[in-house]
Design a protein around this ligand. Structure first.
Ligand code: WTA
Length: 656
């Protein structure tokens, strides 16, 4: 990270939006003024303007029991109705909601009227399976329309979805199903990735099998299976149901019932600093307000003409807020793509932008860097002239990638919005408004109107501009997480204890404010890594490594990586008995595979170094900072607090 940070500190270019962009933009400086004058009144206005409330709210924020917030607490709404029916009732049912493209090249365009019907049918099916308000439904699907349909059908019933990324292993799925106590799992036989069918159903079968352990119980009653991959699947009679047997036959009549604003909408698991993923809980009215508001103003949305594309998978928060809820609440037309960027050829994304006339593209720096590596000759073969706005999310974007994105993809014209936020914040928090802000490559810039953020020191005191500190959110915001599923203590401890006195939210990110008041994000300050924009916990990967029979001890660090931002690097001490029978290289390979199977391919370490010892302080704490130095090929830093100062030279020698 450090070379990237040096770079960021030297960056001073500015790119104001062009007069043509400003002229057509909906962004209005009055938003900042209104929010500054009356923050809660501002949010109330946004919510009333952007959403339909079955029962209007009279209270805006209830913060009498911090950190447990209530937004629009006495109002009632239906989230799915807001994303569907009301658009049909407003006469835009014929507008395409989703242009979907499968990896093999099959495609479907689904209008708002059709999507509404599908969701109603699916809601009826789920209701028949016993799903009602407050029940949990796990969704483990590829990027197919049924993923969005499932989320909305669950929301329509006032139930709670827990989407699990299709790249996660059976074990990861199992722990998420169990933690949430899911009643139904929605999955597919498989989906297309990199030109092949990647099976999903076997992982579901495995995650539901062998539940005789202590404290284990089977909460799942049914598995609803979409046929997508056409691969053979095992079938458990009575439990498994084909989607195509029940959904098309179900009634398309379903009246959306209103639920309280604080009715839970979803749980999404994310990595923290301990081994166990946290179930981040989001609720309805505040979340949908912020998703719709940010999607509208950050992307300068013109729903009649824009074709919007967010490349995130629905397994991540970006897919929740900016594939499903934000765009559909706003009646936008969007592109959804099933597969990988390079299948069947490296220009696939650019071909899709040309084919659908995409106007707004929202993606991650890691993707941009991998396209940079391949070279501009690939995107240059396609007509990208429809693109008028570009977005970035997931990690700091380095100025080189920012410039390349603007020049090569945005034709040197399109503004870039670098959006900072988290699973926990539910929606974008820091970002330029493209019709107003003069963009600076590498800086996420300013809190959105209605959002209060500061850079503070360890004690919660504001730091002077120019100095690094910690990012704190100083006032509650509508889409804030409402808790960690089943663990209120962890919620308080992780996010609120650090700045308890001030009542600030601790984001876990380092940041700096420059002379202009623009924010620069400097990466995580805890043991959370960011690999290709995905959050991974060092502790989770360490516990997976230690669970392997050959491992005695393991330490994991995130080392900077040109393409993925950070990469997982593991240092492992093996048990003597295994070293006698295997080569270190063979065991390193086994361990990489093992982690991939246990957690998912994204967690697979880039490097596994077999070492004889780990650097520890006298109190036995592993000094990951020193291991990061080794992993990044730097000279090893200060070792004076090590119990055994010689250990680092031994490790360095072993790694070389
Ligand atoms: C990082 C993804 C710098 C940050 C929406 C945060 C960023 C974590 C940016 C959340 C950005 C996200 N600039 N860093 N524009 N966007 N991050 O929960 O470290 O998957 O805490 O949410 O990603 O990751 P998560």
């Amino acid at each position: 990270m450090s070379s990237q940070i040096d770079h960021l500190l030297n960056e001073s270019r500015q790119f104001p939006p062009s007069p043509e962009f400003v002229a057509q933009s909906i962004d209005d400086p009055a938003l900042y003024e209104r929010a500054a004058a009356d923050r809660e009144g501002f949010w109330a206005d946004q919510s009333r303007e952007l959403l339909h409330w079955h029962k209007p709210f009279t209270e805006v924020l209830d913060w009498t029991n911090p950190p447990f917030a209530k937004w629009f607490g006495d109002g009632e709404l239906n989230v799915a109705y807001n994303c569907l029916d009301r658009h049909v009732e407003a006469g835009i049912g014929d507008r395409v909601a989703i242009h979907w493209e499968g990896e093999p090249g099959d495609s479907r365009s689904i209008t708002y009227a059709e999507l509404t019907d599908e969701v109603k049918r699916t809601a009826n099916v789920l209701a028949d399976l016993g799903v009602g308000q407050g029940d949990r439904v796990a969704i483990y699907l590829p990027m197919i329309p049924e993923a969005v349909i499932s989320m909305l059908a669950v929301a329509r019933l006032g139930a709670i979805h827990s989407v699990v990324f299709g790249g996660f292993s059976a074990d990861s799925l199992r722990s998420r199903i169990d933690d949430a106590g899911a009643k139904v799992v929605i999955t597919a036989d498989g989906g297309y990735r990199k030109g092949r069918v990647s099976a999903l159903k076997p992982a579901v079968d495995q995650s539901l099998a062998d539940r005789n352990g202590e404290g284990e119980q089977q909460t799942v009653e049914h598995v609803l299976v979409v046929k997508r991959g056409g691969n053979d699947v095992e079938w458990t009679e009575g439990r498994d149901i084909w989607w195509h047997d029940v959904v098309p036959a179900a009634s398309a009549e379903h009246e959306a019932q209103a639920f309280g604003s604080e009715n839970p909408l979803f749980i999404l698991y994310t990595s923290g600093t301990t081994g166990k993923p946290k179930g981040i809980l989001h609720t309805s009215g505040g979340y949908l307000t912020q998703a719709a508001y940010t999607h509208k103003y950050v992307f300068d949305l013109h729903p009649e003409t824009d074709v919007y594309w967010c490349t995130a998978d629905i397994g991540w928060i970006t897919g929740h807020s900016y594939v499903t809820y934000g765009p559909l609440a706003n009646g936008a037309t969007q592109l959804m793509y099933e597969g990988t960027p390079d299948a069947p050829h490296p220009g696939r994304w650019w071909e899709l932008i040309q084919k659908y006339g995409v106007t707004i593209l929202y993606t991650a720096p890691t993707a941009i860097r991998s396209f940079m590596k391949i070279g501009r000759q690939v995107p240059n073969q396609f007509d990208l002239s429809t693109l008028r706005l570009l977005g970035s999310v997931g990690e700091p974007i380095n100025p080189e990638a920012w410039m390349w994105y603007r020049e090569v993809i945005g034709g040197g014209q399109a503004p870039i919005v670098d959006t900072w936020w988290q699973t926990e914040t539910g929606g974008i928090m820091v970002s330029p408004l493209p019709g107003i802000t003069a963009a600076k490559p590498g800086s996420a810039q300013v809190p959105l109107p209605g959002i209060s953020i500061d850079v503070v020191d360890e004690q919660g005191n504001e730091v002077e501009s120019g100095n690094g500190g910690l990012l704190a959110i100083t006032k509650p915001w509508p889409a804030m997480l409402r808790g960690v599923w089943g663990d209120p203590e962890r919620f308080k401890e992780t996010y609120w204890e650090k700045f308890e006195e001030q009542g600030f939210y601790f984001a876990g990110d380092g940041a700096r404010l420059d002379e202009d008041g623009d924010l620069w994000l400097l990466g995580r300050v805890d043991d959370v890594m960011n690999v290709s924009g995905h959050r991974l916990s060092t502790a989770e990967i360490e516990s997976s490594l230690v669970a392997h029979e050959a491992t005695a001890e393991a330490a994991v660090v995130g080392a900077s990586d040109e393409t993925t931002g950070q990469a997982v690097v593991a240092f492992v001490i093996l048990k003597e008995s295994f070293l006698a029978e295997h080569t270190p290289e063979g065991l390193a390979t086994q361990l990489r595979t093992w982690v991939g199977e246990q957690i998912g391919p994204i967690a697979r370490p880039r490097d596994v170094y077999i070492v004889g010892e780990l650097p520890k302080t006298r109190s036995g704490k592993i000094m990951r900072r020193l291991l990061r130095d080794v992993a990044e090929g730097r000279e090893v830093g200060d070792t004076t607090t090590l119990a055994d100062t010689a250990v680092m030279s031994i490790i360095s020698a072993q790694v070389k």
